[in-house]
Design a protein around this ligand. Sequence first.
Ligand code: HEM
Length: 402
Amino acid sequence: MGNETLMRKILDYGSRADPYPLYTELRKTPVCRQEDGSYTVSTYPELLALLHDPRLTSTHAEEEAAAGGQFPPAFIGMDPPEHDRVRSLAMRQFGPPHSPRLIEELRPSLETTVNGLIDAFPDGGELDLVDSFAYPFPVTAICRLLGVPHEDEPRFREWADALVASIDPRPGEDPSIRMQEGIETRKELAFYINELIDSGRSDTNGMLTRLARDHEAEGGPLSRLELVVTSVLLLIAGHETTVNLISNGMLTLLRRPDLFERLRREPEMAPRLVEELLRFEPPVQIIPRRGALTDIEIGGVTIPEGSVVALMLASGNRDPQRFRDPDHFDPDRSDIEHLGFGSGIHSCFGAPLARLEGQIALVELVRRLDNPRLLQDPPPYRSSAVLRGPRHLPVAFDGLRP
Ligand code: HEM
């Protein structure tokens, strides 16, 4: 199969349940030119090198402006030094060194949210774990962290679905159409956040308020526009991905009853299990658009200046050059430096929260569901190849444990 056809196949919905054999094929050409002139990078050493390479830009400012974008990018779409300034201002209200205990202190409230959702399950019967659990949990968590009122949470599903649909490459289609859809959705979200700040309806202890009032920070506080686009980024990045971590996690455990039972007996293995999930079934499979600022020689190929580069993280995570027996799910493996959170300056900002949410969710589901079974394997997947995970995860179970 030609390599261009391979990328089309990876993006094709028919491959969603198991794209991994296609990644194995793709790795035979670690840096590969596609029919539209873009490049895919699919092997671990080359991916790691490029994730740390300042010659690849994350900005799409010109394309966005051409497509009618009116807002500046959030820090995921910025390069240094602007990226570093905004990311470190946001980090002051999220993690070390300024807020070192914030995430761990969320544990009791995350456990309460999880058990509240499980208490609302029927006491046995059938259930969709995505709609009833994997989706609402991270949404509640990120909304609470930011200080978004609980009653507004249902509005995010539509926005998030539209944004996810706008990131996937669609072979043969003018990329500005996708971009336009994303711009429209981000605009609606930005207006919502702006109105939320003005109305004073947000929780004053939430990150939104703390970011707005951080006058002591060097280079801070964020301007209103920066605050709005940063909040939109956190709201969206902070839930679509974690939904997939939890549902991929339950799917993997239900396929492996030995591990399901082991997690029930040894909840302390949860951190290692979640790390292996991030390698084996990464919720972010592809970073679809980095841009070459100059000619870049890598993997025996020269990527010409101006090319679009897709970083195939999920493929790097299964690269046998880096991982022993990569297609085997093994939470006891020692070689665990996966690319599930990316790497380098853009590595996942929310990783500590995502890890904690994943660990709590899986431990509590395994503890409380009596004899759960998959009703459909593979389950139906969401359309995105980039943010990949089940759309529904129907299970049957015999009852709930206290
Ligand atoms: C399992 C869940 C998650 C996964 C797999 C994930 C994955 C990733 C990946 C691969 C990147 C790198 C993107 C790039 O290099 O362009 C990233 C960046 C980012 N993530 Fe996550 N993420 C998750 C959860 C979260 C959460 C919960 C939040 C927010 C609280 C979050 C916020 C961000 C932000 C703001 C960035 C941009 C960082 C930067 O550009 O400096 N993510 N994430």
